[in-house]
Design a protein around this ligand. Sequence first.
Ligand code: HEC
Ligand code: HEC
Length: 202
Amino acid sequence: MKKLIAGVVLGVGLTAMAHGAGDPQAGEQNAAVCAGCHGQNGAKPIMGSYPKLSGLGEKYLYRQLTAIQSKERNIAEMTGILDNMSDQDLQDLAAYFAGKDMVVSQANPDLVDQGSALYRGGNMATGVPACAGCHNPTGAGNEPAGYPALGGQNADYLVKQLKAFRDGQRNNGSNAAIMMDVASKLTDAEIEAVSSYISGLN
Ligand code: HEC
Ligand code: HEC
């Protein structure tokens, strides 16, 4: 009987590890301070220009946390917050928020047609690739590649990021370079429309 229990516990441990290196339960203990800005479970930020963290993807979240900690991605509002955290703490936080459900926002109905066309088909004339190719038609992202889920994210935050990629202000690493290239081809009107559309996507 003892052997059987040990076997079951070991099996559970291995399955949990197979999902990634982070431990969501350990992450929860460090997540209280995050709720002050990102909301409970990272699902309801206090401002539209702040991101939801829920369900964005463990690999993506971990990469952003290391970039924020090292200031390669400079976020003034988060100054000092990650300073005393170990690499394991960041992995645990990523696992915690990745496991929470995204609470979807609502798109402006007037922008859905334009936003959806760009998201699904890109803009052939100006060389914008379809967002769906990397971020999934449902906005769920691509976890193995570390491409973030976008569906349901705050529109104001998305607008801010697309402009930051376009201006070269958000430029940490090779994945950001992919988005700098995409965003360099987007007009302000396209950014508004696709961001609104994505905020209601799920
Ligand atoms: C004082 C407010 C504040 C607190 C507290 C805070 N954040 Fe943030 N966080 C922000 C803002 C603002 C941004 C977006 C900045 C920008 O526009 O790029 C952000 C961005 C992020 C991002 C990038 C999201 C993405 O989609 O790329 C992650 C990940 C993140 N925060 C995690 C955390 C975690 C984990 C904690 C707690 C340990 C935390 N934050 C605490 C304000 C805060
Ligand atoms: C070739 C793949 C690819 C395509 C096509 C692509 N993206 Fe991305 N996107 C990425 C990657 C990779 C990242 C993560 C960047 C990073 O790590 O800094 C990203 C990040 C983003 C972010 C930041 C998300 C956050 O939480 O901060 C937004 C917004 C975004 N993409 C919107 C779009 C839109 C809109 C389109 C279509 C016009 C698009 N992407 C097309 C690969 C792509």
